[in-house]
Design a protein around this ligand. Sequence first.
Ligand code: SAM
Length: 231
Amino acid sequence: MPTEAQRDAFERLVEARAGGMPVAYLLGRRAFWSLDLAVTPAVLIPRPETELLVELALERLPENATSAVADLGTGSGAIALALAHERPRARVRATDFSMDALAVARSNARRLGLANVEFTHGDWCDALGDARFDLIVSNPPYIAAGDPHLSRGDLRHEPMSALASGADGLDAIRTIVAAAPSHLLPGGWLLIEHGWDQAAQVRDLLKRAGLRGSRSARDVGGHERVTFAQI
Ligand SMILES: C[S@@+](CC[C@H](N)C(=O)[O-])C[C@H]1O[C@@H](n2cnc3c(N)ncnc32)[C@H](O)[C@@H]1O
């Protein structure tokens, strides 16, 4: 038989879920890639679609190389930690402008014993100083600010700064694409996750920033969700 305290705790969880609080926040946990990540309402709940970004990044990171990798807007650390786990010789820099998100990501790295990740605070590429990388990856906010989905369902409980980015959703991507080329080593890659209807615009932005071979990859639902190019 559950104790009264256990019953009360359970009822509080049911009430919070009935109010729309995502299960991942209630449990404080979310699986991503092969990792068990702690999540709080300070971070986006990592999505299965983002595993496509991890797969595409791994295809460009040789197994035993000491590649330099940056993950811009790391949130819970999902992408950076998956890459650091799969490529233990890589040096991964994870950034965010939210100190609360960085605290969650740092504590995930510690708990998972991943010592090849360092964390820096700052606005997109400004957080990189003058460092250059073999690969820069980002899943930035990309929902249009007026999108009605932002005020529905689980999204209501996630940080707005992790979701929305300007009138067409592309403000963060424009900022990242403009600055990333000067942080790439020769032959380096930039990979960006975006909305299902933004691929053509992102390819165009990458081309205009001087990157070559701009292509998009489709998620399991058949939507172009990640666009990448090389310097
Ligand atoms: C869509 S979430 C992605 C989180 C994580 N990378 C993932 O895939 O689960 C976007 C992240 O970008 C961060 N962010 C928003 N604006 C930023 C900025 N100007 N500079 C750096 N990070 C920013 C947010 O705090 C959030 O953690």
